[in-house]
Design a protein. Structure first.
Length: 388
């Protein structure tokens, strides 16, 4: 029997197909973590080093002094993170390929063979699994931007057992609005300006984007100060801000631009289906994220898997599809492995505002030493990698 050219069973053949499928777009990844790199470390760990240049003034010297004055060099911080492994899988059994597929004629009239049906199912599974991985990365981006942590819920083979792990980053950028933004007299512009200037001072860059939950737009437009700006008939008096809400995509809605701060405001309403089956927003409805665009990274670690011959392979790739089959069970499976962690260029690049204000803060209670959090400090690595 001639081999079906569409039935892809080799992992490295499938890798070529993966590279030809454009993953679904994700706004948060595109805006804040667009840079994709791979780690050369084959154990799945990635190393991230940060250095913040100081702004010390050059010293004067006294009259008659010939030598310069020694100044200290700035140090650096290095962190090691084990990138979590994402591994969705789909199986195809005899019962699956004997059933009519989506878009197919009723079986009594269908001329589609079981081999063709299996090939089509596998192609659709490949697309679906890639989309799931992209959604997971988008959720990681949302969590990191809003909490400074990545919560990893690891599932066992049964798909139920959960092992929870938390990766904490050195971020303290979650703040409360000075007044609930839903109040007409709230100083929304003052809050945004203070956070924007803080980011400029700490990171050395101007934040150019504010991404908001779905409730924030109405708070902005109901604000008395903003309403006065929009009511002034003289156009020159409005040059500090302009508002023209409109959709740029089904999930992203452009609200306006604060030219005085060089800040674009976008409302982001994208949702995902959580493991409990409920639809939830990526961004909390009352949260605003202000940050520097385009500097975060998606760092991919090495992936180790067993091939069909029973040998172990380690590859460095963004996504690694692995095909397996079980003749006893009359079943094939397709898994896609991805070991990725999202890392900002510096932890001063963004801040998150709880627009409900101090009295409505929903910050989680401080964790204790009993949790499963992974935090790596300078003391842990100082002996191996001393600061310069």
């Amino acid at each position: 029997m001639a081999q079906n050219p569409w039935l892809l069973t080799e992992s490295f053949d499938l890798l070529g197909v993966v590279e030809r499928i454009k993953p679904p777009s994700s706004y948060l990844l595109d805006m804040f973590f667009p840079n994709s790199i791979t780690s050369p470390m084959t154990n799945g760990f990635v190393a991230v080093e940060y250095r913040k240049e100081n702004r010390l003034l050059a010293p004067f010297i006294s009259k008659g002094v010939r030598n310069g004055v020694d100044v200290n060099r700035g140090g650096s911080k290095i962190r090691f993170y084990r990138a979590p492994l994402i591994a969705p899988r789909r199986t195809i059994g005899l019962g699956d390929i004997e059933l009519r597929q989506f878009g197919e004629m009723p079986l009594a009239f269908s001329n589609v063979s079981v081999a063709e049906r299996a090939a089509r199912m596998q192609a659709e599974d490949l697309t679906d699994l890639l989309r799931m991985i992209q959604n997971t990365k988008a959720k990681m981006a949302a969590d990191l931007l809003q909490t400074g942590t990545l919560t990893i819920n690891g599932y066992a083979d049964d798909g139920v057992t959960v092992e929870k792990d938390v990766i904490k980053f050195d971020w303290n950028g979650k703040v409360n609005a000075s007044t609930d933004w839903s109040l007409p007299n709230a100083d929304i512009y003052g809050d945004i300006k203070a956070i924007s200037e803080r980011i400029q001072e700490d990171s050395g860059f101007i934040p150019t984007l504010m991404v908001c939950g779905k409730n924030v737009e109405q708070k902005l437009l109901n604000n008395e100060a903003i309403f006065k700006w929009l009511s002034i008939p003289n156009r020159e008096n409005l040059s500090m801000a302009s508002f023209s809400p409109h959709y740029t995509s089904p999930q992203a809605r452009f609200i306006g631009h604060i030219s005085a701060l060089n800040l674009e405001i976008v409302s982001y309403s994208e949702t995902f289906t959580d493991t409990d089956g409920k639809t939830k927003p990526y961004i909390d409805p009352d949260t605003a994220i202000i940050g520097v665009q385009g500097v975060g990274r998606q760092i991919y670690g090495a992936i180790t898997f067993m091939d069909k011959a029973g040998g172990w392979q380690t590859v460095i790739a963004n996504n690694m599809p692995v095909y397996n089959y079980n003749t006893d069970a009359q079943q094939s499976s397709l898994s896609i492995f991805s070991r990725v962690i999202l890392v900002p260029e510096t932890f001063a690049d963004w801040a998150t505002i709880n627009t409900k204000g101090v009295s409505s803060s929903t910050d989680p209670a401080p964790t204790t030493g009993d949790d499963d959090s992974e935090t790596i400090t300078d003391a842990d690595i100082g002996g191996l990698f001393p600061n310069p």
